[in-house]
Design a protein around this ligand. Structure first.
Ligand SMILES: NC(=O)c1ccc[n+]([C@@H]2O[C@H](COP(=O)([O-])OP(=O)(O)OC[C@H]3O[C@@H](n4cnc5c(N)ncnc54)[C@H](O)[C@@H]3O)[C@@H](O)[C@H]2O)c1
Length: 368
C-alpha cells in the first residue's frame, strides 16, 4: 500500500521534503497546505499535486493522510502536529520541534495518545559520513575520544541556536551517546545577557525573518557533557558574513582528529582525518580526505551527498512501514530542544543544567 504524505508550509525547506517523497518508494506526495497561495501553487505545480489547502485542519479532515511534514516556522509546529495527531496522521516536524518544552511535551503526549509517531527532522545523523565518523570513534581509531566542536554560521547566537544549534545538539547526542548536562555563557555586545536582553528572534536577527520565538544573546559558548565521558563545545558568534561551509563537526581524540565539512564550492560533504591530536599550521598537510563508498549515498536512482532532508524523511517512512519508532521519535524528539532550554537555564543560574530539565517552562519567558 502506498503511503499518503502531506506537507504544511510550502517555503524553503518544503522543497527538500517534497523532493524526498518524490524519490522514495512506497510513498506519494498527496496534498499540500500553505496560507500563501503563491508558495502553495509553486510547490504543488512542481510536483503535480492537485489537493491544495490553505487550512491544515481541512487537509487532515479530507485527505486521509498517513504522514505529514510540518515545514512552517517553529511556533506553528506544535499546533499543526497536534491537529495531525487528532486525525491519526504521523508527524515529521521540521526543527526546532517547538519554541518551548511545555508545547513539545504536549505534542509528544498527544501523538502517543493518538498512536501516531512524532519525529523531528535532524537529518545530519543519518548521513553516511556522520555514520562513518561515529564508526571511527567507536572503533577507537582516533584513540581516546575527547571533544566534538561546532561553530555557528555567523547569525546572532540566540537565533543560530534555534536554527543550527539544534542540529548540532542532535549530532552531539549521536557522537556522545547521549547528553548529561550543559554549561553555557550567553553574551550580547560583550556583556552577560540579563532579563533585559531577552527579545524575539526577529528583533535579534534582522537578516533572517524566520520566527523562533524568544531568544537572547549574540554570542554563546556552550559546554556539553556526554554520557560516554567526552564533551561537546559549541561556539556561536555573530560574523560579518554568514558562511554555510562553517558547519560540521571537528572531532578530537588522543590519537587523531576527524572533520566533516561541506566543500565550500560544491557544498558536498567531505570527511577528513588527521593522525595527530592537535593541529599546528606546520602539521596540517597531514590532513587527508577519507574515501567513503559512493553507493552508501544512494537512495533510489540518486546519490544524496549533502545533508538532505531525504535521510530523515526516509527513516520516518520506513518506521511506518516496519511498525517501529523513528530514530528521532518518542522521547528522542525532545533532546535537542531540551538542550536549548538548558543553555539559557545554565546561563541564568550560573550552574550546570542537567537533562531532562525538571522545570518545563520557557527559560526566557519565565524571566521576562
Ligand atoms: N532541517 C533543515 O536542515 C532545515 C533547513 C531549513 C529550514 N528548516 C526549518 O524549517 C522550518 C521552515 O523554514 P523555511 O526556511 O522553509 O521557512 P519559510 O518562511 O521559507 O516557509 C514557511 C512557510 O510556512 C507557511 N505558513 C505560515 N503559516 C502557515 C499556516 N498557518 N498554514 C500553512 N502554511 C503556513 C508560510 O507561508 C511559508 O510559505 C523552520 O522551522 C526552519 O528552522 C530546517
Amino acid at each position: 500500500m502506498t503511503l499518503r504524505a502531506g506537507i504544511v508550509g510550502c517555503g524553503g525547506i518544503s522543497r527538500a521534503h517534497a523532493t524526498a517523497y518524490a524519490n522514495l518508494d512506497g510513498v506519494a506526495l498527496s496534498a499540500l497546505c500553505d496560507i500563501n497561495a503563491d508558495a502553495l501553487n509553486a510547490r504543488a505545480d512542481e510536483h503535480d499535486v492537485s489537493a491544495r489547502y490553505a487550512d491544515y485542519e481541512e487537509m487532515f479532515r479530507k485527505e486521509g493522510l498517513d504522514l505529514v511534514s510540518v515545514c512552517t516556522h517553529a511556533p506553528l509546529h506544535g499546533p499543526v502536529a497536534i491537529a495531525a495527531a487528532k486525525h491519526g496522521v504521523n508527524v515529521l516536524s521540521e526543527k526546532p520541534l517547538s519554541v518551548d518544552l511545555q508545547t513539545a511535551d504536549k505534542m509528544l503526549a498527544t501523538c502517543a495518545e493518538a498512536g501516531v509517531r512524532l519525529a523531528v527532522s535532524h537529518q545530519f545523523r543519518f548521513s553516511p559520513l556522520f555514520q562513518e565518523a561515529k564508526a571511527w570513534i567507536d572503533a577507537g581509531k582516533i584513540g581516546e575520544f575527547r571533544t566534538v566542536r561546532e561553530l555557528g554560521k555567523g547569525r546572532p547566537a540566540g537565533f543560530e541556536l534555534m536554527e543550527m544549534g539544534v542540529h548540532y545538539f542532535d549530532e552531539m547526542d549521536l557522537f556522545l551517546d547521549g547528553i548529561d548536562w550543559i554549561h553555557a555563557q550567553v553574551t550580547y555586545e560583550g556583556r552577560d545577557v540579563d532579563a533585559g536582553g531577552i527579545m524575539t528572534s526577529r528583533e535579534l536577527c534582522t537578516t533572517d525573518r524566520r520566527d523562533n520565538g524568544f531568544v537572547a544573546g549574540d554570542t554563546m559558548l556552550i559546554h556539553i557533557k556526554g554520557k560516554n565521558g567526552a564533551s561537546g563545545v559549541m561556539e556561536l558568534y555573530r560574523r560579518p558574513q554568514v558562511q554555510g561551509w562553517m558547519m560540521g563537526p571537528h572531532i578530537l581524540g588522543s590519537d587523531g582528529q576527524l572533520m566533516i565539512r561541506p566543500n565550500p564550492e560544491t557544498f558536498v560533504d567531505e570527511l577528513w582525518h588527521c593522525p595527530f591530536d592537535v593541529s599546528f599550521p606546520s602539521h596540517t598537510p597531514q590532513w587527508r580526505k577519507l574515501p567513503v563508498d559512493p553507493e552508501r549515498f544512494r537512495i533510489g536512482g540518486q546519490l544524496w551527498e549533502r545533508r538532505q532532508s531525504i535521510w530523515s524523511v526516509r527513516d520516518m517512512v520506513d518506521s511506518i512501514r516496519e511498525g517501529r519508532q523513528p530514530q528521532l521519535g518518542g522521547a528522542a524528539a525532545l533532546t535537542s530542544l531540551e538542550c536549548v532550554a538548558a543553555v539559557y537555564e545554565s546561563h541564568f543560574t550560573g550552574a550546570r543544567a542537567t537533562l531532562p530539565l525538571k522545570d518545563r517552562r520557557h527559560p526566557l519567558i519565565k524571566r521576562l
